[in-house]
Design a protein around this ligand. Structure first.
Ligand code: ADP
Ligand code: MG
Length: 622
């Protein structure tokens, strides 16, 4: 085939392939245009998930009649005059309107402040119609019908009305956080109404807007960030480590007011929270970066959501440093240490907290356990409390024959060591997880078998057991529930409330009774008995995340499993609960009887076993 110049429409459709991925991308481009035009009110209406209709109305500057034809022509923009390195508007490429017009039926009606009437132009699958007079107030209304009718291949990739509606809400919320002084509404038969009244462009106004979007309780559970380094300024809020989500969807980031989804920023947030959050939990964050526009490139991708910083190290360092400092200032310290620290602690000589007891060779295994075991799990605490074991005796044959004196006497006698347990029977010692001997640090059950030391994470273990029990009960369709004395109201982002209501039947199968409670809230009336006393607020939020993450793709069975897992996590014996000897042994027996109980629902081990032979090796006895 000879080389030919592509037609204008084909060029625009190719561009549309990149810029207009789904209805939400249209909404993003149109709302950006409204904001660039200085609007103080932006109204979005959708139908059919945005595939049938998207209409964005603003009260901005309007487009002069004689410029309407240019507005829908490729590479025509009023925003970029000479310097691609100095972009201060949301748009600059001049390709959104012609791209949309090439794949849908687009009409623009507009009136400027000075104009004495409005005018209208249409573009239908790439064909531009003549400019006509029209009636309208000041501002612009852009209507997009039958999105992708001209490119049916793209239409096939759409996820269904609900998923597309929800993607559009997310786009509007994301951008609304950066423009608190603008009033946004998002309505349509295909969705529940989102209304964000204007606040103001002040710190309080910005936080009020954030609360409108993320839920009223976010500000109460967040700490402010405000830091600068070498001309880069970072402001915003991050949640405290007890207020987390199961995914990163609630992390909002802005660069010079532009919503971005940037790997560097996401990675920096993860890094900043690494020491205070489990790996499967995510902080809720709203962060605004401001820097000289010439030091950041927003022209990386047509959708303009990616950015490239001239000095990525500076930006990352600023984010990590600022969040860590703010957490520290709020009195939040690392609560956990990783596996690497534990292994190091078990290596002979690697532990920084020297055992203060008798010289080598006179230490008992109990002493060894305390010195290295507790060091591995919680070095902060053990470092603060040097261990005195008193007169330690070396047992002849490991734990099986050691007495328990070390557990219940001396300066060590602390609340988190359950003492005075009966001597284990031979039968118990022969079990896989052995006989429970103590509970330490309020969460770890120390058990012994004939030839090993077993440490069980009681929270993780119990979580797994509840999970299995829930799944079994679900099978037999009998998950018992308990009525709450008073229904508990949970405030949530509207989308989450909607999603939960949508899945209320499924949740009811688990014994969780909830219903809508006005906009942005659900009322919980019943909880699964199996969970006992549980934090309903956190449970409901986690379930909303779980559903949001997996809404469209999952089969019912997978969804049920995931809901069971999320619930189980809430019904578990939290670390911190003191267990009696019988309770501990019962937990161990239940674990032995439950398939898959060696790992918790998140894949972490529920127990570790140290063979006596290995312990002896650590001491150079072998
Ligand atoms: P860009 O936003 O990159 O300039 P667009 O194709 O989105 O490109 O829009 C083209 C031009 O149309 C804009 O530069 C602007 O002048 C005009 N325009 C589009 N939407 C509006 C609006 N809502 N109000 C005023 N002018 C608008
Ligand atoms: Mg634009």
């Amino acid at each position: 085939m000879p080389i030919r110049q592509l037609s204008e429409t084909m060029i625009n459709q190719i561009a549309a392939g990149e810029v207009i991925e789904r209805p939400a991308s249209v909404v993003k481009e149109l709302v950006e245009n409204a904001l660039d035009a200085g609007a103080s009110r932006v109204e979005v209406v959708t139908a059919g998930g945005g595939l049938n209709l998207i209409r964005v109305t603003d009260d901005g500057s309007g487009i002069p009649e004689q410029e309407l034809a240019l507005a829908v022509a490729r590479h025509c923009t009023s925003k970029l005059s000479h310097d691609i390195h100095d972009i201060r508007s949301l748009g600059f490429r001049g390709e959104a309107l012609p791209s949309i017009g090439s794949v849908a039926r687009l009409s623009i009606r507009s009136r400027t402040a000075g104009g004495d009437s409005a005018a209208e132009i249409g573009i239908d699958g790439g064909r531009v119609s003549a400019v006509k007079p029209a009636a309208a107030n000041r501002g612009t209304t852009v209507e997009v019908r039958d999105l992708f009718f001209a490119t049916p291949a793209r239409l096939k990739f759409m996820k269904g009305e609900r998923a597309e509606s929800s993607a559009t809400s997310d786009v509007v919320k994301r951008i609304a956080i950066a423009f608190p002084a603008v009033r946004f509404t998002l309505t349509g038969a295909d969705r529940s109404t989102l209304e964000l009244p204007a606040t103001s462009d002040t710190p309080e106004g910005r936080l009020a807007r954030v609360a409108q979007v993320m839920g009223k309780d976010f500000p109460d559970n967040a700490i402010a960030i405000d830091a600068a380094r070498e001309g880069v300024h970072l402001a915003g809020h991050v949640s405290i480590p007890s207020y987390t989500r199961a995914n990163a969807l609630q992390q909002y980031a802005y660069v010079n007011g532009r919503p971005v989804r940037d790997k560097l920023i996401a990675g920096a947030i993860r890094g900043a929270f690494a020491d205070v959050l489990p790996r499967d939990r995510h902080a809720v964050t709203v962060l605004f970066l401001s820097l000289d526009p010439s030091t950041v490139d927003v022209n990386v991708h047509p959708a303009k959501a990616d950015v490239r910083f001239r000095d990525p190290g500076l930006v990352r360092g600023l984010i990590v440093g600022a969040i860590r400092e703010a957490l520290a200032a709020a009195g939040i310290r690392a609560a956990t240490t990783g596996a690497a620290g534990m292994m190091a602690a078990f290596r002979p000589g690697a532990t920084p907290y020297a055992h203060p007891g008798p010289a080598n060779g006179h230490r008992s295994y109990e002493a060894a356990y305390y010195a290295s075991g507790s060091g591995g799990f919680d070095p902060l605490r053990s470092a603060q409390r040097p261990l005195e074991m008193g007169e330690a005796r070396a047992p002849r044959n490991g734990f099986a024959e050691s007495d328990q004196a070390a557990f219940d006497t001396g300066p060590l006698a602390s609340a988190d060591v359950r003492a005075g347990m009966a001597e284990p029977t031979e039968a118990l010692l022969g079990m896989v997880l052995g006989a429970a001997r103590a509970q330490v640090h309020e969460n770890y059950i120390v058990a012994q078998t004939r030839d090993s030391l077993v440490i069980v994470d009681q929270h993780a273990a119990h979580e797994r057991l509840v999970y299995e029990a829930l799944k079994n009960a679900l099978h037999s369709r009998a998950v018992p529930s308990q009525m709450l004395l008073l229904p508990e109201i949970v405030d949530l982002p509207e989308e989450d409330a909607e999603r939960l209501a949508m899945h209320s039947e499924t949740l009811a199968r688990f014994g969780l009774g909830l219903e809508r409670f006005g906009p942005g809230a659900v009322a919980v009336r019943e909880t699964p008995s199996m969970l006992g006393e549980t934090n309903v607020q956190q449970l409901v939020r986690d379930l909303a995340d779980e559903i949001a993450d997996n809404d469209t793709v999952e089969t019912l069975k997978e969804r049920l499993d995931r809901i069971a897992a999320t619930m189980a996590c809430h019904g578990s014996v939290r670390s911190g609960r003191l267990l009696k000897a019988e309770e501990m042994n019962a937990l161990l027996r239940q674990m032995e009887a439950t398939p898959g109980s060696g790992t918790c629902n998140h894949g972490r081990p529920t127990y570790i076993e140290l063979k006596l032979a290995d312990i002896e090796r650590l001491f150079g006895r072998r």
